[in-house]
Design a protein around this ligand. Structure first.
Ligand code: NDP
Ligand code: MG
Ligand code: MG
Length: 341
């Protein structure tokens, strides 16, 4: 059983005694900054000039400054910019301004695990990785609850890094739900594997192949959309509530029998071998390097793949059908249909 931490295992006064700089105010950054402030922590937000996030943070009454200004004041620097820009922000704006012995906190271990950031030996290097999007981290906190978090210490320069990481996790509400002790390596590799093989890559491809198979066989795309995309949420909700067993309990016997006999035919052992190959590319850094090299070149591969995805016929079908369903609301004000950015 994993080692777990809850509110009673952490002392809020540790983080309340520190000046904290949150760098980035996106999905995670806004949630961390606001939850810290509401937990009585002295927090400032560091952003680059001209950032569209500045107004949002200022409207919440947060102190906003440039990254160097925020870092200079801080005992703890929380790095919540996108993974692909973290090493440049660290090298150019954080490292040169970091107070002696100031700690670094990450929301995901990518840059430490793959060596893109190599912190000084005097800094504690810690991680609090919420297992949910930032908007949920904020919403749950406001409602008096929390989203579970993963906690890790990569470098314990002070000898008290675990007290600090637990205190921070408590301040953002994570220990109300529970924190699981992990390492930067385990968090990074499992996070990348999960999103690539199952959650994002696997699920998207499964949906598209199902849709294509029906449409190519002459069925109407609207009907295929419901069977292969829309109803997925209902199934996943059942799995979240009660595991795969509850999903099988809820569906008809016909569907349950079909699950047993056809599931392993569709997702056969080759798929598991493919997953193992994906995991190997994550573990040996091949995936990380491909992603970062493409980003450094202006992301030509990433942009082309995004464009190709948006052109898939399932998107046009879904756009029309969602208008029929008043309860299917796109509630994210920042999301523009047809752009994944
Ligand atoms: P977002 O893309 O939502 O937000 C990034 C923020 O960083 C924006 O405020 C952006 O400002 C700012 N930013 C971008 N470039 C710079 C720069 N050069 N200097 C200063 N600020 C900059 O990021 P996420 O919240 O998704 O990800 C942050 C971290 O959290 C990552 O490590 C990610 O892996 C991790 N994480 C994310 C989760 C999620 O649900 N999204 C879940 C768990 C972990 P602007 O508005 O100007 O672009
Ligand atoms: Mg991830
Ligand atoms: Mg059905």
């Amino acid at each position: 059983m994993a080692e777990m931490f809850y509110d009673d295992d952490a002392d809020l006064s540790v983080i309340q005694g520190k000046k904290v700089a949150v760098i980035g105010y996106g999905s995670q950054g806004h949630a961390h900054a606001l939850n810290l402030r509401d937990s009585g922590v002295d927090v400032r937000v560091g952003l680059k000039e001209g950032s569209r996030s500045i107004e949002k943070a200022e409207n919440e009454g947060l102190a906003v400054m440039t990254v160097p200004e925020a870092v200079k004041e801080a005992d703890l620097v929380v790095i919540l910019t996108p993974d692909q820009v973290q090493r440049t922000v660290y090298a150019q704006e954080i490292r040169p301004n970091l107070k002696e012995g100031a700690a670094l906190l990450f929301g995901h271990g990518f840059n430490i695990r793959f060596g893109y950031i190599k912190p000084e030996s005097g800094s504690d290097v810690i991680m609090v990785a919420p297992k949910g999007p930032g908007h949920l981290v904020r919403r749950e906190f406001v409602d008096g609850r929390g989203v579970p978090v993963l906690l890790a210490v990569e470098q314990d320069a002070s000898g008290t890094a675990w007290d600090l990481v637990k205190s921070y996790a408590k301040a953002i509400g994570g220990l109300r739900a529970g924190g699981i002790r992990t390492t930067f390596t385990e968090e990074t590799e499992t996070d990348l594997f999960g999103e690539q093989s199952v959650l994002c890559g696997g699920a998207s491809q499964l949906v598209m192949y199902g849709f294509e198979t029906l449409v190519e066989a002459g069925y109407q795309p609207e009907v295929a959309y419901f069977e292969c995309l829309h109803e997925l949420k209902l199934i996943v909700d059942l799995m979240i509530e009660g595991g795969i067993a509850k999903q099988r309990w809820s569906v008809s016997d016909t569907a349950e029998y079909g699950d047993y006999v056809s599931g392993p035919r569709v997702i056969d052992t080759h798929v598991k071998e493919n997953m193992q190959a994906v995991l190997k590319d994550i573990q040996d850094g091949t995936f990380a390097q491909r992603f970062i090299d493409d980003q450094d070149a202006g992301a030509p591969e990433f942009k082309a793949l995004r464009e190709k995805g948006a052109q898939h016929p399932i998107e046009a079908t879904g756009k029309q059908l969602r208008k029929l369903m008043a309860w299917v609301q796109d509630t994210d004000a920042d999301y523009v249909e047809g752009s994944a950015a």
